[in-house]
Design a protein around this ligand. Structure first.
Ligand SMILES: *Cc1c(COP(=O)(O)O)cnc(C)c1O
Length: 464
């Protein structure tokens, strides 16, 4: 046996590294409620220990792991706790983390059935369950990707394939250079990742026709341009600031009459479909052609776990088609048919675990919980004379203070407090604080404690 192999077999057989990692993980979980939500400067400075040139020789893996634990753990953002409200990041349900650990040991490639029957089976099961949960047409297919960015790219690639085909153009064969023009119709408040997908797909930003939004960030239907089969519309289930939902029914009806394609970016909001509480928001969602959604946000699976769903299986698989002399397709599900990537981790495992564990009712309970917490946050902040700028229809709260300067300073102090963390944004041309409720672990106590942090931060900021 080769020397390197000897060492690696020894590491594998002793399991010492896995045990060390397990102990570090357990300590992290116990410590976490006491840890700062964002690391302090002293810890951040310690990150410089990682700045070294590429080592020549091999090292002691136990020391390596210890280094990562001591310096690394202290420099994490406590996203798995109850007082992180930044972006729309989400926590991880314990059972999803446990299944991911096991699946990490399996190290499966979910590209083909012959690479992993279990990954293939769980992808199929998740596809069926997602269709049932979101009440999508039965023929809808799902691709498991890194996140909504790639899900949107995939959905729009399917749209590009189909809409050009309707106009007698095969984009796979003929490309885009002399293709008929497609029109991209987007709300003014569309997420930045949609514009990125549009660039990557070669449409160009100049092909976007922007539609103005109302005060909640919903596309104003009356302002839609006349639609035709060259149109691809992107709607939002969950505005990235306010959490607002577009009027799917009306837009999808207009699109259908015109043979236009509708994609819904539902990164965190699509999950609202699980509860009747949000029926007003989600109705008509199923009338679209494709959807993107993240399980790593509202559903609380670990990263990364995005999903593209498409009613037109042929369009999606044609857009993402791949061939190769050595590729062995099977009668079973081959994951690579539905994603831009070939090799990929078996992320449907955690998605399956979340849906199997929670069930339909549990998912409803989770989204309602996040909504309740968001409403409490908004209510308490209003009581303390912060201005809540949005209707809290889901899990997002947008607030400001009396002046933009006070808002900015308050936000900075909240971020520095280590007690909780949220981000800033621009809403209706104004600097605002944006609060996202997306962790299963957030308790009422966490909200009260965080509101207290806000009140103190504003008090301190007004003195400066
Ligand atoms: C997070 C988010 C995205 C991007 O998703 P990723 O998983 O980060 O790629 C797109 N749209 C909305 C509305 C989002 O919240």
């Amino acid at each position: 046996m080769n020397k390197l192999q000897e060492r690696l077999f020894e590491q594998q057989n002793s399991k010492a590294l896995l045990k060390q990692a397990q102990q570090a993980a357990f300590d992290y979980i116990v410590q976490q409620p006491k840890q700062r939500v964002f690391p302090d400067q002293a810890n951040i400075e310690k990150l410089s220990v990682f700045e070294e040139s590429l080592p020549n020789a091999s090292c002691d893996p136990a020391l390596l792991l210890a280094l990562l634990d001591t310096v690394g753990s202290a420099n994490t953002v406590a996203q798995t706790g109850g007082r992180y409200f930044g972006f729309v990041n989400g926590n991880a349900l314990p059972v999803t983390l446990a299944t991911k650990w096991l699946a990490d040991v399996w190290d499966q490639n979910a590209a083909l059935y012959v690479m992993s029957p279990i990954a293939s089976k769980l992808e199929s099961v998740c596809q069926t369950w997602l269709n049932q949960l979101f009440k999508l047409p039965e023929q809808t297919v799902a691709g498991f990707v890194s996140g909504t960015s790639i899900a949107t790219l995939s959905g729009l690639a399917a749209a590009r394939f189909r809409q050009l085909q309707k106009m007698g153009w095969d984009v796979n064969q003929q490309g885009l250079f002399s293709a008929p023009k497609l029109r991209l119709i987007l709300g003014r408040q569309t997420h930045g990742t949609v514009a990125k997908a549009i660039s990557l797909l070669g449409f160009g930003q100049a092909s976007i026709e922007w539609v103005e939004c109302d005060e909640q960030g919903r596309m104003i239907v009356e302002q839609l341009p006349a639609l035709d089969p060259s149109c691809i519309l992107v709607l939002q289930a969950g505005n990235v600031n306010s959490g607002a939902f577009d009027d799917f029914t009306r837009v999808c009806q207009l699109a259908e009459q015109a043979q236009a394609w509708v994609h819904i970016d539902g990164a965190f909001g699509l999950w609202a479909k699980a509860s009747h509480v949000f029926d007003n928001q989600t109705k008509g969602m199923e009338l679209a052609d494709s959807w993107s959604v993240d399980a790593h946000k509202t559903l609380n699976t670990p990263y990364d776990c995005g999903i593209v769903m498409c009613k037109d299986a042929e369009a999606l698989t044609n857009a993402l088609h791949q061939q190769g002399s050595y590729i062995q397709f099977s009668e079973q599900r081959d994951g690579l048919m539905y994603t831009p990537e070939m090799s990929k981790r078996a992320r449907a495992i955690e998605l399956w675990a979340a849906m199997k564990y929670l069930g339909r009712f549990g998912i409803a309970e989770l989204v309602e919980l996040l909504h309740e917490r968001a409403k409490l946050f908004a209510h308490l902040l209003t009581k303390h004379k912060f201005t809540v700028l949005n209707e809290v229809v889901f899990n997002q709260v947008v607030i400001c203070c009396e002046s933009e300067q006070l808002t900015q300073q308050t936000l900075t102090l909240v971020q520095q407090s280590g007690e909780c963390w949220c981000g800033g944004s621009i809403w209706q041309d104004k600097k605002v604080i944006r609060i996202s409720l997306c962790s299963w672990a957030t308790t009422e106590q966490d909200i009260r404690r965080s509101v207290e942090v806000f009140v103190q931060a504003r008090r301190q900021a007004s003195k400066v």
